[in-house]
Write a protein that binds this ligand. Sequence first.
Ligand SMILES: Cc1ncc(COP(=O)(O)O)c(C=O)c1O
Length: 387
Amino acid sequence: MVQARLSRLQHALTERAARQLLRQPVTLDSYNGRLITVSGREYLNFSGNDYLGLAQAPEVRQAFADGAIAYGAGSSGSPLVTGQHKVHQQLTDTLCDWLGTERALLFSSGFAANQAMLLTLAAKEDALLLDKLSHASLIDAALCSKAAFKRFAHNNLNDLNQLLNHHNVAGSQPMVVTEGVFSMDGDSPDLAAMLSLCQKYSAPLLLDDAHGLGVLGPQGQGSAASQGVAASELFCLMANFGKALGAGGAFIAASNTVIDYLEQFGRHYIYSTALSPALCAGVLKSIQLCRQQDWRRDKLQHNISLFRKLSADLPLLVSASAIQGLVLGSSARAIAASAQLKQAGIWLSAIRPPTVPAQSARLRITLSSQHTDDDISMLVQQLRRAI
Ligand SMILES: Cc1ncc(COP(=O)(O)O)c(C=O)c1O
């Protein structure tokens, strides 16, 4: 019996390998944001999500270390038992002050926060309407939820309108879920227009801003703020601390009622060890720098513009964000290009299905404020050779 089960697992692994879809973790010898060392060799890193270079900022590292001395390494419990320290409260207060929301709740990861958001807030009589390219954490949550689940064409408001209309007539209560910056394509929905559409049908709008927070809007308030939409107009906002803020963990920010409800019924929140207080101290410093240091966002914008200008002849996806996609089609082609770039000292992972749709394997280039003009020129030169 056990042998049969193991054979089934082995078969799936072998089949995945045959389709060139096997993934392997890479162990870094060292990381300084712009540069990584793997197996003794140094590479220019164009695969991280540390868009503002805050993961390595000395002040953030120091705050993390001081936090461990002051509060201990771990929280020692789930938040509703003994896991909530003063620094957790400071962090949620800071998030509310930064983003203009009534309350915020912390989670161990963006994956867990998205699960909690959809599984807890959507009921049987609801219909979850998700963008076709939504992150796996949102799709899995919608699949597990008791609500009906439908997807609309990527960033397509006409398609969304039709779905909303259909559910309006059918009597179910739609909830719309989208992302501020899509993780694999780097593009964004028209959030102001989407919000008006949602308001027309009295449908709540839920936003995952994992790749927009810190990078976009005044003081890095994120995608909604950058498009003139106040966070308080969203039903809830999820974002994580592991991308532009350079740490780990996540939060949901919303009205008192939504957060009170998640606090009482959100199983991913209630039955999970609270974030490490040391990490919260690091995130607090990271938010402070993010809000104050516009130069980080300005430098990132400069790098994005330079990259787009130098690579105007390359078949890039349309994106004005730090995420730039170069679709190559087959997994074999993406792997070959990635290997050639590595030879040239550039670390750029091939992204393959099921992370992206079939036949759209790609190089996912991520830019950071830490890259220099020379780094970007070299990247574009080598991309041209590799594809
Ligand atoms: C759009 C989006 N949402 C959620 C997540 C999950 O966040 P975390 O890495 O904190 O679990 C990610 C990260 O991969 C993401 O890209």
